[in-house]
Design a protein around this ligand. Sequence first.
Ligand code: FES
Length: 148
Amino acid sequence: MERKEFLSLVGLSSASALAAVCMGSCSKSTENTTTPGQPTQPTTPTNVNITLDLTQAANASLATPGGYIYTGAIIVAKTISGSYIAVSKVCTHQGSTIEYQGTNQRFYCPNHGATFSDTGAFIAGPDSLASLKQYKTTLSGNMLTITS
Ligand code: FES
């Protein structure tokens, strides 16, 4: 290989590598972008129709009052009183995954401390936030259906 040919090949490879790196790190994502101090409105699941078999091991946490699971972008919990509730697991602040705190009967975001009632209504947080989208739950035998 001639020196000129080699340098041309190396130069092209370096430019390609630099372009690939820049494409990955220089482009801006429009997903969950925030303006400092402004809450985001992350996408929440719509047209939901999910059925959970409560006898399955993956859903075992729902046998215990205060227990919860995630199914897709939804958090499903069993309240202390024994009813089932389902809301979007996406915090309306900056999109972190919320948890259910059964003893406090609320949803909680560990990222900045937002709290939501067990119906998903906003209680307190770093900003005035939108409530969590709530889904309808229907229990039939051991089958729990979640719909929107
Ligand atoms: S992401 Fe900030 S409170 Fe949830």
